[in-house]
Design a protein around this ligand. Structure first.
Ligand code: SAM
Length: 236
């Protein structure tokens, strides 16, 4: 069983976030557990302050380190990365992190039994959280969100569907985009014709070898067109 603990100033954001589709099924089957924790529980003043002005000046506010250290200690039992067991991952969501990939999702799905996700807000999080607490600093892409909450949902979703038993068929994830360094092939369903566009004949004829060849070629074409970096990466 894989446990996700999200540290956030907006726990209500997650009230229904995992209540759909594959994540919902995985929760019901006991494959995963999720809990959103309000960071303000670990504030120590009567205003429940969790942010402060940046040293050195500049705009905005920064999430303070002390409530986050206390939260991780309470949730996972440790105040320093050096003491963690190998199956505990503490992820700071940040545009400055390494870009999240299917490979990293698979690493988390395979090697973690608890994943703590820290959601930043405002100008971000005190850097000492990166230095001493985070095992992973993860960005979901080269753009800036207002907070880590949508990124946390992305990470949970991508990891959960890779857990054995989470998908309807054990093999489904094997044939998806990125699993073999390529995008998935184009899919078609009924009707066989719409707006003058016909489903490719090869898919209607039932020759499995030809279908496999066609799918491979189309996946390659699509990858070259939309993600030439993946094709280049596979040749490096
Ligand atoms: N000042 C920061 C910077 O320029 O790098 C941006 C802070 S952003 C407005 C607030 C929070 O949103 C971040 O601390 C992080 O938790 C989250 N966030 C923003 N973009 C993200 C991304 N691409 N991936 C993951 N988290 C992101």
């Amino acid at each position: 069983m894989l446990r996700f603990d999200v540290i956030t100033i907006f726990p209500d954001f997650f009230r229904e976030a995992f209540d759909y589709g594959i994540t919902r099924r995985a929760l019901a089957a006991g494959l995963v557990e999720t809990k959103a924790h309000d960071l303000r529980q670990w504030a120590t003043d009567k205003h429940r302050t969790v942010d402060d002005r940046p040293f050195g000046g500049g705009d905005g506010m920064v999430l303070k380190p002390d409530p986050i250290f206390d939260a991780v200690k309470h949730i996972a039992g440790f105040r320093r990365r050096a003491d963690y067991p190998p199956d505990l991952r503490v992820v700071l969501l940040s545009p400055q992190g390494q870009v999240f990939t299917q490979l990293l999702a698979a690493d988390l799905a395979t090697n973690a039994s608890q994943i703590v996700l820290i959601c930043g807000r405002y100008e971000g999080v005190d850097e000492r959280v990166v230095e001493a607490l985070a095992t992973d600093e993860i960005s979901i892409g080269d753009y800036v969100l207002s907070g880590g909450e949508p990124a946390a949902v992305v990470v949970v979703d991508a990891v959960v569907r890779l857990l054995p038993g989470a998908l309807g068929s054990e093999t489904s994830a094997t044939y998806e985009s990125f699993s073999d360094g390529m995008l998935d092939f184009p899919q078609y369903t009924r009707p066989p014709e719409i707006e003058g566009m016909r489903v490719p004949d090869v898919l209607l004829k039932g020759n499995h070898a030809e279908i496999a060849r066609w799918r491979h070629q189309e996946a390659l074409k699509k990858t070259e067109r939309n993600r030439p970096d993946l094709v280049k990466g596979s040749q490096d």
